[in-house]
Design a protein around this ligand. Structure first.
Ligand code: ATP
Length: 256
């Protein structure tokens, strides 16, 4: 099938079974998904429905058991581990619930690490880029701080800066606000909304309807199957309450 230039990521008949359990657990079951360039897609579903497993399988953090994943038309499932690592480093950004920063490095050096690894000969350019990103997301003043000297919201904004340091085509976020209080959560969602407005494609797993309401589209998983999808269109602050109410009504119908 020829590649459609508007498609960033596509999975076809994706399945994932964990064989470490007895009996093996099939957690993703025949997921066909298309993420368009510039789209902000949210994955929702009950706990254990397979959201993180889907995110890991489509982002090359884990290998699906069967099916295919294409990033801008390139079959990721056929890549070697080394090739896949390179794609993750240069084309993808990741944010998790916890920051996973090194405690012996300050915030800025943590953010710089992947950029230095991706292009060791272009360190000056990486420093300039990272300084600009930190300025933009309001954390330039904590550059030299250790990771225990900043708030949870600042640390997640630092995670976002690290994820953006290599200018990824697509950003994957797994419960990025899961460990934050509501004001810090809003802070991080504001930053993600900005990243999306810049044109970055975003795929985010969340349990929080208020965070999901910022997406262009929400998909719903049940027992590893994609059972429904809701198009929300572009987020705007004025319509945020209405969007959240609509989304909640849809989620309740699905048994969320
Ligand atoms: N490495 C693993 N080995 C075995 N089983 C796993 C593994 N990772 C996840 N599972 C199981 O797969 C199922 C789906 O897990 P997953 O984390 O993808 O769901 P989720 O929807 O993201 O859940 P939550 O919302 O609680 O984070 C769960 O039953 C989980 O226990």
């Amino acid at each position: 099938m020829p590649h459609d230039d508007h498609v960033m990521l596509e999975s076809r008949d994706l399945a994932k079974t964990y064989y470490s359990t007895e009996p093996p657990t099939q957690v993703i079951n025949g997921v066909d998904l298309i993420v368009r360039k510039g789209e902000f897609l949210v994955v929702m579903g009950a706990s254990g429905s397979g959201k993180s497993s889907l995110l890991y399988s489509i982002s090359g953090m884990d290998r699906p058991t069967s099916g295919t994943v294409f990033l801008e038309g390139r079959d990721l499932t056929s890549l070697s581990d080394v090739e896949m690592s390179r794609v993750r480093l240069t084309k993808m950004g990741f944010i998790f619930q916890q920051a996973h920063f090194l405690s012996n490095l300050n915030i800025r050096d943590n953010i710089l690490l992947p950029a230095f690894k991706a292009a060791p000969k272009e360190k000056d350019a990486a420093v300039a880029r990272v300084d600009a990103i930190m300025e933009r997301f309001g954390i330039a003043h904590i550059k030299q701080h250790g990771i225990t000297q900043v708030s949870g919201g600042q640390l997640q904004r630092a995670s976002l800066c690290r994820a953006l340091a290599c200018e990824p085509s697509i950003l994957f976020a797994d419960e990025p606000t899961g460990a934050l209080n509501s004001s810090m959560s809003t802070e991080v969602m504001e930053a993600l909304t900005e990243v999306h407005s810049d044109g970055t494609t975003l795929v985010m797993v969340t349990h929080a309807p208020a965070c999901a309401a910022r997406a262009d589209r929400v998909i719903y998983l049940r027992d590893g199957r994609l059972v429904d999808s809701r198009q929300l269109g572009r987020w705007s602050k004025e319509q945020s309450t209405q969007r959240e109410d609509d989304l909640l009504a849809w989620l309740r119908k699905l048994g969320f």
